[in-house]
Design a protein around this ligand. Structure first.
Ligand SMILES: [Zn+2]
Length: 448
């Protein structure tokens, strides 16, 4: 098994003297501590936002990495409409501005700024991370946007070119049959995309266009990747399925799985990760689950200190089978905001539904909506199985929903009832392009 190529890459960044052989935890942690101190000093000095909230917290407070727990969090609310207050360089040094909007509207949620060097760092990460799963001479089809410069797809194409791999941007799939024909016509070896999009290809009637063995690897990038989807891709294509974790705030790339396919190795020279208790904000004991929080270690345009991602995971304490000394973060278990409350003490999230429903053959995607029906919570479902609709299949979905543990418990104690379960056609590019969640249409008072 190939050791994660990220280790050698990180070693070269951490110390000019370190090589792959001698990077150890002590080298890496002392580098991270130095970079944390620099980031704190730099942000306090250059960013109006951090000057205010880090008032009285100098970098001398950081005697060890755990001391970062004394520093306040940065949240997505802080970034809303205030991106400029985080800026530490002049606008002339900005290479790329990413504007995140509420899906389907012009309302800006937040803006992130990156220098040319920071864009290059992401390309470098993609280059080394992708060498885990693709080799020179192969072709990668990217089922994500990339037509504009410095978008994820564009950065990935540039990264792949550095290793003699051709990356082709396809964009979000709207016509599944067309995408399958393109995979065949272009002799694609590797797919990069979102879980439900990859699944829609694997479960399409025309999937026979792609012969077994054609697709060697699939890289999925998402808040949550259900084992049911991974299992189906492996079954249909006989491929390996890797997970990537990242966000715009991280500079797109955060971590990627090695060939052990069990948790991501992280971009530890550029980002310092913590797991905190989502309620209390306290740093969790190593290996305990909680919310992922990160601090940028090398960013100049817009450093972020203790940024709360809202994503749930935990560190994996056991050594990785690939032999790397780098830490591993378990596959993300969804976002905190993915979970909706049923009654007083049940929390239902898309991961629960994904694990049960995607295991049913034929499912392409679904939409879950919680409605307030005569002052009683009701879960209504739209199920997309393409042309395979049948009463028997619909019963399978009803049965699976009733057996989804959280939902079953909530139904049993009267917190919610299962409403309509109907077949419908969901636009794959619309449902997949945005973060998937249970749509909560109940009155505000009933939400968390
Ligand atoms: Zn590994």
């Amino acid at each position: 098994m190939l050791k994660t190529p990220l280790e050698k890459w990180i070693a070269s960044k951490v110390s000019q003297k370190s090589s792959e052989e001698n990077l150890d935890q002590i080298d890496l942690r002392s580098y991270q501590l130095e970079q944390l101190k620099r980031t704190v000093d730099y942000a306090r000095s250059e960013s109006p936002f951090y000057r205010q909230i880090l008032n009285g917290l100098p970098s001398e407070c950081l005697r060890n990495l755990e001391d970062i727990g004394q520093f306040p969090f940065t949240t997505s609310d802080h970034l809303q409409g205030r991106g400029a207050e985080f800026l530490c360089v002049s606008q002339s040094e900005i290479e790329r501005v990413v504007t995140l909007r509420i899906p389907g509207s012009e309302t800006i949620i937040r803006r992130l700024y990156f220098t040319a060097n920071e864009v290059e760092q992401t390309v470098d990460f993609f280059h080394h991370g992708m060498s885990t799963l693709v080799e020179a001479g192969q072709k990668v089809l990217i089922l994500m946007p990339g037509e504009r410069p410095d978008t994820v797809g564009d950065l990935l194409v540039r990264a792949l070119a550095r290793m003699g791999v051709e990356g082709i941007v396809y964009g979000f799939v709207q016509d599944v049959a067309h995408a399958l024909r393109e995979i065949d016509r272009l002799n694609i070896d590797v797919l990069v995309g979102i879980p439900t999009q990859a699944l829609s290809l694997a479960r399409h009637d025309d999937c026979a266009f792609v012969r077994l063995g054609r697709i060697k690897s699939v890289l999925l990038s998402s808040d949550y990747v259900s084992p049911a989807i991974v299992g189906e891709l492996k079954r249909v294509w006989g491929c390996r399925v890797f997970n990537h974790y990242g966000s715009t705030e991280m500079g797109f790339g955060g971590g990627v799985e090695c060939q052990a396919l069990h948790g991501y190795h992280m971009r530890e020279a550029d980002l310092y990760f913590e797991i905190v208790d989502p309620q209390t904000g306290k740093i969790q004991q190593y290996g305990q689950p909680g919310e992922i929080v990160f601090t940028t270690l090398t960013r100049r345009a817009m450093p972020l200190i203790r940024y709360r991602t809202g994503d749930l995971s935990k560190f994996l304490p056991e050594p990785c089978p690939c032999g790397s000394m780098l830490r591993r973060l378990d596959r993300v278990r969804g976002r905190i905001s993915d979970f909706v409350r049923l009654g007083t003490n049940h929390w239902l999230g898309t991961p629960d539904l994904d694990d049960t429903l995607f295991a049913i053959p034929g499912l392409l995607d679904y939409r879950a909506v919680l409605n307030d029906c005569n002052h009683h919570d009701q879960l209504d479902m739209v199920i997309d199985v393409g042309s395979q609709q049948s009463e028997g299949l619909l019963n399978n979905f009803r049965h699976a929903l009733m057996e989804t543990k959280v939902l079953k418990n909530a139904i049993d104690d009267g917190s919610v009832s299962l409403g309509s379960v109907i077949f419908g056609s969901l636009n794959p590019s619309e449902t997949s392009a945005f973060k998937r969640s249970v749509n909560d249409h109940r009155g505000e008072a009933k939400k968390r």
